[in-house]
Unconditional design. Structure first.
Length: 147
């Protein structure tokens, strides 16, 4: 399958207060971006556990986006700082599992940044298209798209 034919499946965990509202603003503002993500609202980005991320990959996601309030603006004081630490750990774990860590992305999007949300989704979808489908069965090499 060529990267032009491949449409990645992305799971997007979005904080209730900022990122989910930013995604909503992108929609009502008619911002154009790829419809590849399944948006899941969480109360805070810090509520996304490694188990959620790894289960998303296990269930067929090609990539995972975690998005929350900008550092210093978290409605739960320091939730996004906890998210930063967890995301770095999860990227190291993905690498240990043989999964390209670029398949996990962390972004800060406020409720007023609908345009930024659309841009992040467009960029991330293109990055994952370049990587190709995630194959956990080992029949293709991660990150290579030789077709």
């Amino acid at each position: 399958m060529s990267s032009e034919d491949f449409e990645p499946e992305i799971i997007a965990f979005l904080c209730n207060w900022c990122s989910y509202a930013g995604a909503d603003l992108a929609g009502v503002s008619r911002e154009q971006y790829p419809p590849n993500a399944l948006n899941i609202k969480v109360m805070c980005s810090s509520r996304v556990s490694p188990e959620h991320v790894f289960e998303s990959f296990h269930e067929g996601a090609d990539a995972v986006l975690i998005s929350g309030c900008h550092p210093g603006d978290c409605h739960y004081i320091d939730g996004n700082y906890k998210t930063m630490r967890k995301a770095e750990l999860m990227k190291k774990m993905l690498d240990d599992f043989g999964i390209n860590p670029q398949r996990l992305r962390l972004e800060w999007v406020s409720s007023a940044e609908g345009g930024k949300f659309a841009k992040v989704m467009e960029e991330f979808t293109e990055e994952i298209k370049e990587l190709g489908p995630l194959d956990l069965n080992g029949t293709s090499l991660e990150g290579e798209n030789d077709e």
